[in-house]
Design a protein around this ligand. Structure first.
Ligand code: KG4
Ligand code: ZN
Length: 397
C-alpha cells in the first residue's frame, strides 16, 4: 500500500534569509521525492548590504520581525480573516503558555505577536515541524529554533532539527508542485548512488560522498575561506556590493577570463581539500598595484579571471573525486551553485565522463526552507525526531 505523504512545515533562519516552507514528502528512503507547496523567502540583503556583510545581531532582530508575517504568507492567512479563529483557543493550558513565555524570554516583541496572531490559529495538519539548528549564525539560528519549539508546544506536532548543509544537498530532491508533468526527464529527481555532492556556500566548501541517503562521507573541504566567502571578499576588493557572488557573475560576463593568470590553489593536490585565501590575496596584490582608473577599466577582467580560477579548481577536483569513487551522479549544492559559469563548466566536464549533474533550480540554490523540509523528510522517514528541551543552535559543524 502506498504510504500517506508527509506534510512538513520547515523554518530556516541560519543567516540572512527568513524562510518558511510547506513541503510534501513521498516515497521511501531509496526513492524519496519532496514537493514544494510553499516556499516563502524574505531576504534581509538590503539591510546587511550597507555593512558589506551579514551582521548577526541585525539578522536575529530581522528574523524576529519577519517570522510571523512569513508564516502567515506560507499558510496563506490574513490577520483580518476571522474564520481562522480557533474556537478552543481560550482553553490552551497554562503549562503551554508558561513554556512559550520561557522560549520567547529574549524576544518580547515576538512573544506579543505570537500571542496575538498564532495562539488563535486553528491547528494546521502538519506531520512534522522542521527547523535549521546548525551550522549558522548562533543568534539567528536561535530565533528560528525557539519559534519552532513554541509551535511544537502549541500544536503538539513532532519537531526535528536539521543540518543546513544537508538541506542544501537535499535541495536536489525538490520538485515544484504541479511541475511533475513539465519535467521532461523524471530521472533528474531520482538520485543514483553512490553520488558525489559539491557543497559550496558562504560558509562551506565540501566534497561529500553519498553512499545512500543519510550516509555521508566527507572527502575534503576548504582549509580557509569558503567558496562563497571568496566571491564576497573578492567583490569587496573590486568595490562591488554584497553578496559578491551574483555581482561577480554579472560583471564577469563582460570580461576576459584569461586576462589575469590567478593561482589555482591545491588544484593538483592528492586530497580533496580546497584553499581560496591565496587566490584572494593574489587579487588583492594585483588590485593594490593598480590606479583607480586602471582598476575601473579592469574590473570585468578581474572578476572573470577570478571566477575562471575558482571554477577550474572546483571542476577539476570534483571530476577527480567522481572518477576515483566511481559515482553514478554528481549533485551541486549551496549558494554558489547558482553560478552559471560553474553550472555550465561542470555539466560539460561531467558529460565527457558520461555523468549527469543534478542541480537545484536557481531559487533553491541559495538559502530557503524547502530544502530544510527535504532533509527533514529523510530523517523523519528514518524515525528521527528531536526533543524540544535539548535541541539547540550549533554555530559550526
Ligand atoms: O547557501 P547560501 O545562500 O548561504 C550560506 O549558507 O552561506 O550561500 C550564499 C553565498 C554567498 O557567498 C553568495 O555570494 C554566493 O553564495 N552566491 C554566488 C552566486 N549566488 C550566490 N556565488 C557565485 N555566483 C552566484 N551566482
Ligand atoms: Zn546556505
Amino acid at each position: 500500500m502506498k504510504d500517506k505523504p508527509t506534510k512538513i512545515l520547515a523554518i530556516e533562519t541560519s543567516c540572512d534569509e527568513t524562510s518558511i516552507a510547506i513541503v510534501k514528502g513521498e516515497g521511501n528512503l531509496k526513492n524519496p521525492r519532496v514537493i514544494i507547496i510553499k516556499n516563502e523567502i524574505l531576504s534581509q540583503i538590503q539591510i546587511h548590504k550597507e555593512y558589506g556583510g551579514v551582521v548577526p545581531f541585525l539578522a536575529s532582530r530581522e528574523h524576529e520581525r519577519n517570522l510571523i508575517p512569513v508564516l502567515y504568507r506560507a499558510l496563506e492567512l490574513n490577520y483580518a480573516n476571522s474564520k481562522l479563529q480557533n474556537p478552543n483557543y481560550k482553553k490552551i493550558t497554562k503549562s503551554k503558555i508558561q513554556k512559550i513565555n520561557g522560549l520567547f524570554e529574549r524576544y518580547p516583541n515576538l512573544l506579543k505577536e505570537f500571542k496575538e496572531k498564532i495562539l488563535p490559529l486553528e491547528k494546521p495538519d502538519f506531520d512534522l515541524l522542521a527547523v535549521t539548528h546548525k551550522p549558522g549564525l548562533e543568534p539567528a539560528l536561535w530565533v528560528g529554533i525557539n519559534f519552532a519549539k513554541a509551535l511544537h508546544i502549541l500544536w503538539d506536532i513532532p519537531l526535528l532539527g536539521v543540518d543546513h548543509i544537508e538541506g542544501h544537498i537535499c535541495a536536489n530532491l525538490l520538485m515544484q508542485a504541479g511541475a511533475k508533468l513539465k519535467i521532461k526527464n523524471q530521472k533528474l529527481k531520482i538520485i543514483e548512488f553512490p553520488a558525489l555532492a559539491l557543497t559550496i556556500s558562504g560558509g562551506h566548501t565540501q566534497l561529500v560522498l553519498i553512499k545512500k541517503w543519510l550516509n555521508y562521507k566527507l572527502l575534503g573541504e576548504t582549509l580557509d575561506d569558503a567558496t562563497g566567502e571568496a566571491f564576497d571578499k573578492t567583490a569587496r576588493l573590486l568595490n562591488l556590493s554584497y553578496p559578491g557572488g551574483p555581482e561577480i557573475q554579472k560583471i564577469a560576463k563582460m570580461g576576459n577570463p584569461n586576462a589575469f593568470n590567478f593561482p589555482r590553489p591545491l588544484i593538483n593536490s592528492k586530497d580533496y581539500n580546497f584553499s581560496f585565501s591565496g587566490l584572494k590575496t593574489s587579487i588583492l596584490y594585483t588590485v593594490q598595484k593598480m590606479t583607480k582608473t586602471e582598476l575601473k577599466k579592469n574590473i570585468a577582467n578581474l572578476a572573470a579571471s577570478f571566477q575562471r580560477a575558482v571554477v577550474e579548481v572546483l571542476v577539476k577536483k570534483t571530476i577527480r573525486a567522481a572518477k576515483e569513487y566511481e559515482v553514478k551522479q554528481v549533485l551541486l549544492a549551496g549558494g554558489v551553485s547558482a553560478n552559471k559559469a560553474l553550472r555550465n563548466e561542470l555539466t560539460i566536464a561531467l558529460k565527457k565522463e558520461g555523468l549527469e549533474l543534478s542541480m537545484p533550480e536557481l531559487i533553491l540554490c541559495t538559502d530557503n526552507a524547502a530544502m530544510i523540509g527535504a532533509a527533514a523528510y529523510l530523517h523523519f522517514k528514518n524515525d528521527e525526531t528531536s526533543n524540544w528541551k535539548t535541541l539547540k543552535a550549533v554555530s559550526k559543524n
